[in-house]
Design a protein around this ligand. Structure first.
Ligand code: IYR
Length: 222
């Protein structure tokens, strides 16, 4: 067992209460402008932006700091197209056969359909993989803890980072997503968690007229 080694937490910054209030409010004001967008421009993302957003994602907390994630940033049009073809095959089966009516009803305000042109058009598809287990130096399997929670948090950081940079994203989850391992050559210990589509919104894009639950509905103070 490694002995724990602690170092001073120099990066911590305390803010005076007024500044704290201001920051908390400003962060919310910024984050609430984020919207999921389904129509993307084909404008490329400036160099280095996706890498910095991925660094932000990789800074997320994780079970036992195992960082059980892998991100594949796809900008190659040929690879994006293969993803589109494989995803649309699953989506078509979902919309035309597999989805129960109740699920289709729940989706109707979003106006989704099996065609996914954004998979070709958006400049970057970030495939996020969850590592169900890892390996030690000798190639033995290592159990990973709280994998979904960890990858979910990292994905949240990534969505917030993209928004902060002035890009939009779409949390896209075709089901099943096994085709991503094949196309992106990811190993068996990794399971696709989500595709985060990233880029600029299409010109004059519209978004569904939906709202978030009020605080009173989502919070209990005791
Ligand atoms: N994966 C399908 C269906 C879908 C499911 C949910 I839950 C959504 O919030 C949106 C879509 C699709 O992307 O069309």
């Amino acid at each position: 067992m490694d002995e724990p080694k602690n170092v001073p937490f120099d990066q911590y910054r305390e803010y005076a209460p007024d500044e704290m209030k201001e920051r908390a409010a400003a962060f919310y004001e910024n984050l609430k402008r984020r919207r999921t967008v389904r129509e993307f421009s084909d404008r490329p993302i400036p160099d280095g932006v996706i890498s910095d957003c991925l660094k932000a994602a990789g800074s997320a907390p994780s079970g036992a700091n195992q960082q059980p994630w892998h991100f594949v940033a796809v900008t190659d049009p040929a690879v994006k197209h293969r993803i589109r073809e494989a995803a649309e095959k699953e989506e078509r089966a979902f919309y035309e056969h597999r989805a129960p009516d109740a699920w289709l009803d729940a989706l109707s305000p979003l106006g989704t359909q099996w065609q996914k042109p954004f998979l070709d058009r958006a400049p970057c598809l970030i495939a996020i993989f969850a590592q169900k287990y890892g390996f030690d130096g000798e190639g033995n399997k290592i159990k990973h803890y709280y994998v979904k929670e960890s990858v979910g948090i990292a994905t949240g950081f990534l969505i917030a980072a993209l928004h902060h940079a002035g890009l939009v994203s779409l949390t896209y989850t075709p089901s099943p997503m096994d085709f991503l391992n094949k196309i992106l050559q990811r190993p068996k210990n990794e399971k696709a968690f989500m595709v985060l589509v990233a880029g600029y919104p299409e010109k004059d894009v519209t978004v569904p007229d939906i709202s978030k639950k009020p605080l009173a509905e989502i919070v209990t103070y005791i």
